[in-house]
Design a protein around this ligand. Sequence first.
Ligand SMILES: Cc1cc2nc3c(=O)[nH]c(=O)nc-3n(C[C@H](O)[C@H](O)[C@H](O)COP(=O)(O)OP(=O)(O)OC[C@H]3O[C@@H](n4cnc5c(N)ncnc54)[C@H](O)[C@@H]3O)c2cc1C
Length: 451
Amino acid sequence: MAKRIAIIGAGPAGMAAAYFAAEGGAEVDLYDKNPVIGKKYVYVPWEGCELTHEGNTEDFMENYARGAEFLTYSLDKFTSKDAVKLLKKLGVKVTTNEDGVIIPTNGDTQELKKAFEEKLQELNVNLCVSSKVQEILADGRKITGIKVHNKEVKYDKVIIATGGAARPKLGASDDGYEFAKEFGHSITKPLPAISEVETNEKLGKFLSGLEVSSVAVSVYRNKHKHLERNGKILFTDHGLMGDAILFLSGIISRLSENNKVEISIDFVPLKSKEMIDRDLVAKSSLNSSHLVGDILKEYLDPRLLPVMTRFYRIQETKPMSHITNLERKSLVLFLKDFRVTVKRVKPFFAAFYTSGGVDVEEINPKTMESKLVKGLYFCGEVLDVDGGPGGYNMHSAFATGYTAGKAVSRGAKTKKAKKKSSASKKAAKKSDKGDQQEAEEVDDQSSIKVA
Ligand SMILES: Cc1cc2nc3c(=O)[nH]c(=O)nc-3n(C[C@H](O)[C@H](O)[C@H](O)COP(=O)(O)OP(=O)(O)OC[C@H]3O[C@@H](n4cnc5c(N)ncnc54)[C@H](O)[C@@H]3O)c2cc1C
C-alpha cells in the first residue's frame, strides 16, 4: 500500500515536498488555507524574485545566519544546480544575474506556481486549497492524521510546511509553531528578518536612496561585537537596507530585544585604521593644500560628506593642514567605524522572512522528521533557519522540502512501480544518449528524481 502523506502548506517547501514525495510513490494531499497555492511570493508584484543562488554547499552555508550546520545535508543533496534542473524540468526558464542570483527569466513568479500546479496534478497530488488544517492527530508519539473542515482524515505521515510569521496578509500564521508546540517541540521566538533596520539617527534626510557597496557592517550589543557582514548598504528614509543589513536583520531583531544595539559601518574595509591615519597625517602636512572633503572623496561617496559635517562637526572645506589630532582621529572613525543605533527592525508586516521557529536540534537533518514524534516532518521557513537575501530562503525551502519529500516516500514504491521505473530508465538511455545523465538520476535514490 502506498503511504498516505498530508502536507500542510503549499509554499515552496510544501510544493517541493509534495513533488518529491509523489514522485517517490507516495499518495499526497497538499493542503493550503489560501484559495491558491504559493501565495506568499507569487502574488507579490515584485520583479526581483530570487529562486536560488550560484555556489556550492560551503558558499551557501555562509549565507545562513542561523541553522547552517543543520542544513548541510539538504544543501549537499539538493544543490543550486539541482534546483535549476528541477525548475527547468518544470518548464520554468531561469537566468543568473550579475550577482549570481538565479531568477525567473521573464520575471513572472506566476510561472513557477503554474508549473508546480501542473506537475503536481500530473503526479496525482491532491491540491486541497481553502483548507485550513486545524489539528494534527497522534496516537501517543505516532502521527495518525489531521483534522480539516472539522473532519478527521487518516495519514501515515504529516509534513508541516506552514512557513513563518512574515507578511500575515499573504497567509503567514502561527499555526506551524502551535502544531509543533502541541507535540513538545521548542520554538525559538519568531522575529522579523530580511527587513529594514530603522535607526535613531535621522540619516534619511541627507542620504535616502544612496547605496554604498563593499562596506563591512558589524553589529554590537552593549559594546560587544556579535557579527560582521560585508556587502552593500542602502540608506532609506528611516534607516538602512541593502544585502549586508538584510542578512544581519534577523540577528539584530534578536539582539535588540531589551538591549542597545549599534551598527558599525566600515566604509574602507580594505585599509586598517592605522593605514588611513598615516595617510591623513601625510596629507595634513603644513604645506598641504588639500581640503578635508577632497581627501575623504578618495575613500567614499561624496554624498556621505554632509554626515561627517553633522556628526563630527568638521567642515569639508577645512584645509587638511588646519585639522587637529582629535579631528583627524574623528575622520578615521567616520571612515572605519561609523556608528548608528537601532530603533527597531521593521515588524512582520514588512519583513520578508522569519528568524526563529521550530528548534532544529529536535529535527533529524537527514529526513526532517521530528525526533520527538514518529511520522511528523518539518520543512521550510517554519524551521529555525535564517537565510540571507539572494535566493537562500527559497532554496532552503526547496532543499528541506526535497529531504522531507524523499524521506516520507522512502520504500513507498511498489515492486511493480520500481520495475517500471527501471524499464523506462533503460528506454531513456537507448532513445537519447545525450540525456544519459538525467536518465541515471531517475533511478538514483540519493539524487533528485524528476518526472
Ligand atoms: C514578499 C516576499 C517576497 C519574497 N521573496 C523572496 C525571494 O525572492 N527569494 C527568497 O529566497 N525568499 C523570498 N521570500 C521568502 C520566501 O518566500 C519564504 O522564505 C518561502 O516562501 C518559505 O517557504 P515555505 O513553503 O516554508 O512557507 P510559505 O511560502 O510561507 O508557505 C506556507 C504556506 O502554508 C499555508 N498554511 C499555514 N498554516 C496553514 C494551515 N493551518 N493549514 C493550511 N495551510 C496553512 C500558508 O497559507 C502558506 O501558503 C519572500 C518573502 C516575501 C514575504
